[in-house]
Write a protein that binds this ligand. Structure first.
Ligand SMILES: Nc1ncnc2c1ncn2[C@@H]1O[C@H](COP(=O)(O)OP(=O)(O)O)[C@@H](O)[C@H]1O
Ligand SMILES: [Mg+2]
Length: 221
């Protein structure tokens, strides 16, 4: 059973002077328990596709179905908070919040009690192989690899079944990159997440269960 289905998804950016057709008729079905790599040249539409799957906007034509329901019919704010967790290349941690506060922030949005959220921090740090002592540190005091682990922990705190990552290893050295991708693969294989990773690194893509190639807004078979 697919968790996320793309049906002839089409998306254009329109400015006053030009129209860029970023996605053309993209169809695919993503299943839980798998790590997917989305590869392709710069400008081929990968980030656009990821942002539609994350619920940042709706396709102009075609549909994206989450567990059978079109994102057009879902409340997108709810979808973003409860269904799709996103990890970015630049980590995007809140610099003035501690690691623990970064991780509990999505839970606050979901009105999880502070006590429950605080308890989850320890479990999540362990899940991403960080010591519990890291909870009270600030992102600026951590290495890139550690910051990305915190970002993964924050994404996991949302308790979604879907994890989306746009070039999550783009700012990491190759050793840390492999650690992060193995972590994402374990989350797919052991915990049943559907993980979709945009990458241009073929070494990373080789670790995925399925590799999808975008070219000029289309998905190549
Ligand atoms: N905000 C935007 N406004 C106009 N064009 C955009 C915008 N974002 C992306 N594009 C264009 O859409 C196409 C796909 O971009 P993108 O999805 O970012 O590709 P990728 O992530 O594969 O590099 C490119 O031609 C890009 O220039
Ligand atoms: Mg991109």
């Amino acid at each position: 059973m697919a968790i996320l289905e793309l049906e002839q998804v089409t998306y254009s950016y329109r400015t006053r002077y030009q129209q860029v057709d970023a996605l053309k008729d993209v169809s695919y079905a993503f299943e839980p328990g798998k790590l997917y790599a989305l590869v392709g040249k710069s400008g081929s539409g990968k980030s656009t596709l990821l942002s539609l799957m994350a619920g940042l906007d709706l396709p102009q034509q075609g549909r994206i179905l989450y567990e059978g329901k079109s994102t057009k019919e879902l409340n997108l704010t709810h979808y973003r908070r409860e269904k799709a967790a996103v990890i970015y290349q630049s980590f995007r941690l809140f610099p003035l919040l501690t690691v623990a506060e970064n991780i509990t922030y999505p839970m606050e949005l979901r009105k999880v009690s502070a006590k429950t959220a605080r308890k989850r921090v320890g479990e999540l740090l362990e899940k991403v192989n960080l010591p519990a002592s890291m909870a009270n540190r600030f992102p600026g005091m951590l290495s890139g690899g550690e910051q990305q682990r915190v970002a993964v922990a924050r994404a996991l705190s949302m308790e979604t079944k879907l994890l989306l990552a746009d070039e999550p290893t783009g700012n990491l050295d190759s050793e840390n990159s492999l650690h992060i991708v193995s972590l994402l693969r374990d989350l797919a294989h052991q915990d049943g997440y559907c993980v979709i990773v945009v990458t241009h690194d073929m070494e990373i893509a080789a670790l995925a269960d399925e590799v999808l190639t975008m070219r000029d807004g289309r998905l190549q078979e």
